[in-house]
Structures are given as structure tokens and as C-alpha cells.
Design a protein around this ligand. Structure first.
Ligand code: GLU
Length: 441
């Protein structure tokens, strides 16, 4: 079984989504079930409703799961296993007070050495501290694993000291719950962010003490850098999956981009289904990758181009395929749904003919042209049916020509003074003239 294990403690980051995509693809490639495990062990940091939000995003991206579990439902298993480890002397109660440990940490810092928990401290405060934690005995030998992206990684025993597996309220820590659940659900391979590399030996150690012999494969994904070249943080808008969707990037384009990042792909534009055919986690580059929004825009536009008019119309919240046709034309200029929406909104908005366009005042010819246009509409003039005829008729009636004709015409029809060929737009615009040719009061 493969799994994606989000914590409901914040917005879904593109790094999380990338891990979800890769785990999903590998599950499909190897015909194994895909588990979503909501890791709600950090009860203080859990945010109400985040689990649902994450699930609906996964659903939107088409990363459908075969099984869903909440880690908290397994707490009683975690606690029983902790008791079993205590009985086997692989884990022990630690009564140290927080103040004592803090002081030891300070001492280590002052002496410029890494803090390591010393098992001889375990019972120092046994009489005064009624709420012990449970710690797993630190490693006695080297622990290593082969990472499919980073290669062989190993840790000295002194790097893995006795760590907490149950907090003083009996709630398991992330490392413990994760190690146990990966075992209980028979996980075979784990793709996750490289911030978890140092957790891996701890999780391996838990299972080793339980004599679990199945080797779980690992691939830790390099971090994603922001445009500035430093680690993409929550403050970088583009790191948030919801933000990208709000900007009008399509889920299939985001997936395409996240798979292509730091990877060699047979084609530049592809769908999730295609990637299942050829994806190989070993091809993901070891070095951090920079998030490139320009590239994502390019990919998004290509995916928008693959949609037909009715599909585009639906994404723009209308059933009218002609709006979809208009949207398709705007793909010459726009790369996201929001950019298309802006163009279309500008067409349907009442026109402000008294504003300056390219720093020029076109209000007078606009007024003249508007009157002539409205008259044609009132007459149901056949000239309205075709752009060439419309132009000739309006020029004749108004006497306007050149820039004084074309700029006002464009302003009345699109709300801007530049853009796509009116000749191309008009077949769609003529269907909605009464909604389009109107002035802002
Ligand atoms: N809950 C952890 C996270 O969101 C999961 C890490 C893992 O995949 O083990 O970072």
C-alpha cells in the first residue's frame, strides 16, 4: 500500500501535493491501494476543517484514495504497542521535568555540542513528576536506508538518542504514530519531503524493535525554492495550492508542472494518466528545484487550449458555449482562467467612454459611435451580422475614420483600446450586443 499522510495543521503546500501525486502514481503503477492518513497527532496545532479541505483538494486533483484513516483513531494501538516496547525494555518512562531538559539543552549549547538525551536521567524526577513521557531507547548501531532519490543515507547511533514516543498525556508523537501506522497498513514505499530525512531512522528503529522485517522503500523529495532562491515558505503565495487554483490555474496543469519539475519527461505537456505510463521516481533530480511560475503559466495555457468551448464555458461559470469560444480566442493573450475572466468581464461591463485610453480622450467619437450603434440595434440592421458590413455602415453613418473610428469601436465592444483582432472577436460579440454596447452611467 502507498500512502499520503497530511497533517491538518495548515494549508496544503505544493510540496505536499507533489508528494501526494507521486505516491498516487506509484500506487497505480504497482497496482497497490492508495491510503490517505490524516496525521492529527499534534492535537494543539490541528485546525478544524483542514482535513476536509485537504480531502476536497485531493479529490479535485483526481487523486482518489482507496482508504482513509485518521491517525487519532489508532491512538489506542499506539499506546498498547508503547506498553509492549516498555515490557521488552525497548522503551521506558522518562520523568524528567521540562525545566531540567531545557537546562541540559542550554548546557549543551553553551559547550557547543549537540544535545543528546542521557538515559541515566530517566528517573531523576520520579518522585516529583507524576506525568512521565515514554521514550524509545536510542539506536545502538548505525541505521541506514537507500533513498531512491538521494542514494544511501546512514546515521550514527549517537545521532538517534532516546526520543519521546508518547507525550505526558499519552498522545503518540508523529515519529511513533507514523512508524506504527506504516507498519499496520503494510506500506511498501513512501514519498515525502526531504524535511523528513532525519525522521526516517527513528521510524525504522521503532519497527526494528518490534521485529518488523519488511523493508519500506523511501524517496525524499528535494525542497522547492521560491523565485528568490530561498526555501519556499508559507509567505510565498504560489506555495499554496488553493492560491494557485484561485488564480485560475487548472488542476491538470498544476499536476503537469509538479511532475515535470526537476524531472525528465517524454513530453512537455501531459496528463496524470500519461505520467502513470512512464513516471520513474529515480529520475527526480537530487538538487532543490526553483518554482517557476512562468513555466506553470505556459503549461496552464497549453492545458486550457486542450479544452473545448463548452468545457471552457463551464469553468467560467456559464453554460453558453459562445462564451467558451470567446475564451478560446483569448488564449492568444491569457494564460489563466482569471486572466480570461478579466477580458470577458471587460467585454460585458458597461463602457466608461470618459476614461482616458492610452492617455487619450476618445469620449467624443465614442458618443457619436455609440448613438449610431444603438440606432442600428433598434433597427435590427442586417449590418450587425457581420463585422465588415458593420464597419462600413458605422463609418458611413458617423463619418468617423482611422484611429477615431477604430479605437472607439474597440472601447465600445471590449472596454479597452487594444487587444485581439475585432474581426475574430465579432462573430461571438454579435450574439450579445445588447449586453455589450452599453455605457457606464
Ligand atoms: N504528516 C507529515 C507531514 O505532513 C507526514 C510526513 C510523512 O509522509 O511521513 O509532513
Amino acid at each position: 500500500m502507498l500512502r499520503f499522510a497530511p497533517s491538518p495543521t495548515g494549508d496544503m503546500h505544493i510540496g505536499n501535493l507533489r508528494a501526494a501525486i507521486f505516491n498516487y502514481i506509484i500506487a497505480k503503477q504497482t497496482n497497490q491501494p492508495f491510503l490517505i492518513r490524516i496525521e492529527d497527532t499534534d492535537t494543539a496545532r490541528n485546525i478544524e476543517g483542514k482535513d476536509k479541505e485537504i480531502l476536497s483538494l485531493l479529490n479535485l486533483f483526481g487523486l482518489l484514495w482507496d482508504k482513509l484513516v485518521y491517525q487519532s483513531h489508532n491512538f489506542s494501538h499506539h499506546q498498547k504497542i508503547a506498553q509492549y516496547l516498555i515490557a521488552k525494555d525497548k522503551a521506558f518512562y522518562c520523568y524528567c521535568t521540562k525545566e531540567f531538559l531545557e537546562q541540559k539543552r542550554e548546557e549543551a549549547k553553551a559547550q557547543k555540542r549537540a544535545f543528546r538525551y542521557d538515559e541515566s536521567w530517566a528517573e531523576i524526577h520520579k518522585d516529583s513528576n507524576p506525568k512521565p513521557v515514554v521514550r524509545l531507547r536510542g539506536a545502538r548501531e548505525e541505521i541506514g536506508f537507500v533513498d531512491e532519490i538521494k542514494g544511501e543515507i546512514s546515521f550514527n547511533p549517537n545521532e538517534i538518542d532516546s526520543f519521546v514516543i508518547l507525550k505526558d498525556d499519552g498522545i503518540p508523537t508523529y515519529n511513533f504514530a507514523c512508524a506504527i501506522d506504516d507498519m499496520l497498513y503494510d506500506i511498501s514505499f513512501i514519498v515525502r519531503g526531504e524535511d523528513h530525512v532525519s525522521n526516517t531512522p527513528r521510524q525504522i528503529l521503532v519497527r526494528k524493535y518490534l521485529d518488523y522485517t519488511k523493508d519500506i522503500g523511501y524517496a525524499h523529495l528535494p525542497i522547492i525554492l521560491g523565485e528568490s532562491g530561498s526555501k519556499m515558505s508559507k509567505r510565498d503565495n504560489a506555495s499554496s495550492v488553493s492560491w494557485l487554483l484561485e488564480q485560475g490555474f487548472l488542476p491538470q496543469a498544476i499536476i503537469n508542472y509538479l511532475i515535470a519539475m526537476g524531472n525528465k519527461t517524454p513530453t512537455e505537456i501531459f496528463k496524470l494518466q500519461d505520467a502513470i505510463e512512464w513516471f520513474d521516481i529515480k529520475h527526480i533530480a537530487k538538487s532543490p528545484v526553483k518554482f517557476d511560475i512562468k513555466k506553470l503559466r505556459f503549461i496552464n495555457r497549453e492545458h486550457l487550449k486542450m479544452l473545448n468551448e463548452s468545457e471552457l464555458a463551464l469553468l467560467l461559470n456559464t453554460k453558453d458555449a459562445s462564451v467558451g469560444g470567446l475564451a478560446k480566442l483569448y488564449l492568444q493573450e491569457a494564460s489563466t482562467l482569471n486572466e480570461i475572466r478579466d477580458k470577458i468581464d471587460s467585454i460585458f461591463a458597461p463602457k466608461d467612454i470618459y476614461a482616458l485610453y492610452e492617455e487619450q480622450d476618445f469620449s467624443e467619437p465614442c458618443e457619436i459611435l455609440y448613438k449610431a450603434f444603438v440606432a442600428l440595434m433598434a433597427e435590427h440592421s442586417p449590418a450587425l451580422r457581420e463585422y465588415g458590413a458593420l464597419k462600413t455602415e458605422l463609418m458611413t453613418r458617423t463619418g468617423l475614420k482611422g484611429k477615431n473610428f477604430f479605437k472607439p469601436l474597440r472601447i465600445l465592444l471590449t472596454g479597452t483600446s487594444h487587444g485581439l483582432e475585432l474581426n475574430d472577436l465579432y462573430p461571438f460579440l454579435q450574439l450579445f450586443l445588447t449586453d455589450i454596447v452599453r455605457l457606464k452611467s
